[in-house]
Design a protein around this ligand. Structure first.
Ligand code: KG4
Ligand code: ZN
Length: 385
């Protein structure tokens, strides 16, 4: 348990996918350092994350990244109060590197080790900054986590908080949150669809940022994708259909191959900026990109807003790599204004994987005295709820 007035400085370690990250966060709110070593350059030539290469790279980077987090925070690792580590979900080989290193560090420094669910980290990425801006969301909330590995909707409730007169509750510092799964993707994650469509069109890797930048140059009404029909749960997602639709559309248009080849050549020369790629895209390609993005964004917003309505959410939190998408942010802001519901996004830096969110998520657990022992294991499929 934390003593009153003591500032708890927690070192977070994140290695669930392709970023090796470490950060130190004070009281779950103030980021003292936030270091992310991205592996994008390593996986780029494969157009996706290669698990074996990811774990090898985590092994190479984890020690310097943690040291850098201490240096940037102007701290000695001996002075942190706890070590938080992502336990799952994620790539098992990658997770093992973080968990093993976190355990060793906690043991050698004699500090509590706090396991964190990566998805709970994404929720805290939003709360961390909302708190800094003095704009803490009210609960219950609905949270959409949308990234390369996940597209999942949770109901977030909160206990132990002060009630407001109007029946809503506000998060107190370090209070624990509770999660209920509302729905999730049945096949591909939204970010995966971005990456695969970008790969088919030779737009570069990762696909999300370049599609985001190219989409405003196309007509988003040009290509009509059939709406995704999902039986059963209205809050489930499916993105493999639109990916396959793009695949068949490209098969029907072999005349696009020469422009695809020029982009392959440009990417091979390291020309990846939107300024370099856009002139190599026909109107048809730009329209396709814009229409794809519109369809994905509309689907994400519609189902999330529907869930918010059904569960009477006071706030809607959107987090994960795809939450960096500009069109998604605009669409959510518009839908939120219309439905009179507050929308919360992390900054773009905290949207993608980082360790500040892991350290922040660990803070309520630290206050509750939760800690793991040396038997802690990585869990590739660890559910949040
Ligand atoms: O959260 P993240 O860093 O890692 C995972 O946990 O997956 O998310 C990476 C994913 C990739 O699929 C990437 O294409 C997507 O997020 N992404 C974006 C944008 N920036 C990153 N998708 C759409 N628009 C963006 N601006
Ligand atoms: Zn993530």
């Amino acid at each position: 348990m934390q003593e009153p007035n003591h500032t708890a400085r927690i070192l977070g370690i994140e290695s669930s996918c392709d970023e090796t990250a470490a950060a130190i966060v004070a009281n779950g709110q103030t980021i003292l350092s936030n270091v992310v070593a991205s592996q994008i350059e390593i996986h780029r030539k494969y157009g996706g994350v290669v698990p074996e290469l990811a774990s090898r790279e985590h092994l190479r980077r984890i020690v310097p990244v943690v040291r850098e987090a201490a240096t940037q925070a102007n701290m000695n690792l001996r002075d942190v109060d706890a070590i938080a580590v992502t336990r799952g979900p994620g790539l098992v080989g990658s997770l093992i590197v973080g968990v093993t290193y976190g355990k060793a560090l906690a043991m050698s420094l004699n500090k509590p080790l706090i396991p964190v669910n990566h998805l709970e980290g994404h929720v805290h990425a939003v709360l961390l900054e909302a708190h800094l801006a003095n704009r803490a969301p009210e609960f219950p909330a609905v949270c959409l986590i949308v990234s390369g590995g996940h597209t999942i909707l949770y109901r977030v409730i909160h206990t132990g908080a002060a009630e407001r007169g109007n029946g809503s509750i506000v998060r107190g510092d370090g209070d624990p949150l509770h999660y209920g799964r509302i729905g999730g993707t049945r096949d591909d994650a939204a970010g995966e669809a971005y990456d695969k469509v970008a790969k088919m069109l030779a737009l570069g890797y990762p696909g999300g940022p370049i599609v985001d930048q190219l989409a405003p140059f196309g007509d988003s009404n040009a290509v009509r994708f059939a709406p995704t029909k999902i039986r059963g749960n209205a809050y489930d997602f499916s993105f493999s259909g639109i990916k396959t639709a793009v695949f068949y559309l490209l098969r029907k248009h072999p005349e696009l191959q020469p422009e695809i080849d020029t982009r392959i050549a440009a990417l091979a020369r390291g020309e990846r900026s939107v300024e370099a790629i856009r002139p190599l895209c026909s109107k048809f390609t730009l329209d396709l990109v814009a229409s794809f993005q519109r369809s994905v964004v509309e689907d994400l917003v519609r189902r999330t807003m529907g869930a918010a309505e059904e569960f009477k959410a006071r706030a809607i939190l959107v987090s994960g790599g795809v939450a960096a998408n500009r069109a998604l942010r605009v669409a959510f802001d518009d839908a939120g204004a219309q439905a009179k519901r507050s929308i919360y996004f992390p900054s773009r830096a905290l949207s993608t994987d980082n360790a500040a969110m892991i350290a922040a998520a660990a803070y309520p657990k630290f206050r509750n005295g939760e800690a793991a022992d040396v038997t802690l294991n990585a869990e590739a499929n660890l559910p949040l709820a």
